[in-house]
Design a protein around this ligand. Sequence first.
Ligand code: PLP
Length: 447
Amino acid sequence: MLDVETSPVPNDLEAFWLPFTPNRHFKREPRLIARAEGLHYITPDGRRILDSSAGLWCCNLGHAHPAVMEAIREQTKRLDFAPTFQFAHTGAFELASRLRELFPGDLDYAFFTNSGSESVDTALKIALCYQRAIGQGTRTRLIGRERGYHGVGFGGISVGGIANNRKFFGTLLTGVDHLPHTLDLEHNAFSRGQPKWGAHLADALERIVELHDPSTIAAVIVEPVAGSIGVYPPPVGYLERLREITAKHGILLIFDEVITAYGRLGTGSAAEYFGVQPDLVTTAKGLTAGTMPMGAVMVRRHVYEAIVEASTAPDWGIELFHGYTYSAHPMSTAAALATLETYRRERVFENAAALAPHFEERLHALRDCPNVIDIRNIGLMGAVQLAPRPGAPGARAYEAMCRGFFEHDIMLRITGDTIALSPPLVCTREDIDEMTGRLRAILEKID
Ligand SMILES: Cc1ncc(COP(=O)(O)O)c(C=O)c1O
């Protein structure tokens, strides 16, 4: 068996099929990680790579935070697994109660999953069940948004709006429609925070409602800040307008907060940050600060009550036919409890909020770098968009990522020709200076 402590590299790169990665190039020039601590990954040959993206938007506490690592270690001594179908362990209830405190309004119920994709599919299914439970069973349509990312389940790619994630996979879910996306460089290039132009784009929902009739629409799902596509903060007034229109027509509003929940904007959730109350919130990633796979769907009281409390099933009758073997897995639960406690004790969200203006400043200072056509930011999420090379979209940012890893010891997250930054929430002003400084050095090398 491979001894990861002593082997500098795995002896065979062939068998592992990497997700969302050009495998052929990767296997010629692998970017390998052996360990991580704090804000750094450490390569097999001992280079320290600065993590500018909190893993995949998830390692909000940096890497290997001692409090979370210790909680996981302790949990291994107590309980490895317990089913949450028909039975449960106490940690799951404790975690759900803490999440209830964290999310605004009466988002009082938590349904546990293992990933963002599962959270999205869960939320869509709960929305359909809710409409049926309140006698609105004709409401089966789901509305997403162009360029939205909601993970990779069939539900998620159906409401999602990224062509490459959809076009290879057949007909997807039927009865789905999409709002227009909100990026408009003509009006909003180099906006700081929420762009001022674009609230009216939410009015497209009225037209979709008119086309299909409200009696056919169950839910609208959007990322309050579109993340994976390259950080699109919502125009001022846009989310409020979506809430208004959905409420008027009896349509549930789902915020996909897999990236934005747990401090990315300096608050517990984007719902709190923007002061807009959704009916369901999907989360994952920062729930365990990336240490264990876990997600949670937060559900408002009226939705839970319609499906569970008002159920006419007998005592032995299940109210919602849905769940995962690893829903509220004890190890993930322990990690999540320790993560939430660390967020509170170390005032991590407050740190993110305090750093956001400096992050904005440093990010926008990159405007004069070659090929930069837009810079966007909100909270501790930001993006630098590069002009694509003629005939080779994505090549420029890919080169930036590779040079970042091999020449500048920084891990960059890219999507198309956009470089997205989402530093761990525990970083400092100096860390942000370091990240943006290295990014400048990379951009200045790229033609
Ligand atoms: C908004 C959003 N939803 C869902 C997902 C999918 O999460 P996962 O990769 O954990 O399935 C992501 C992942 O980046 C995301 O950003």
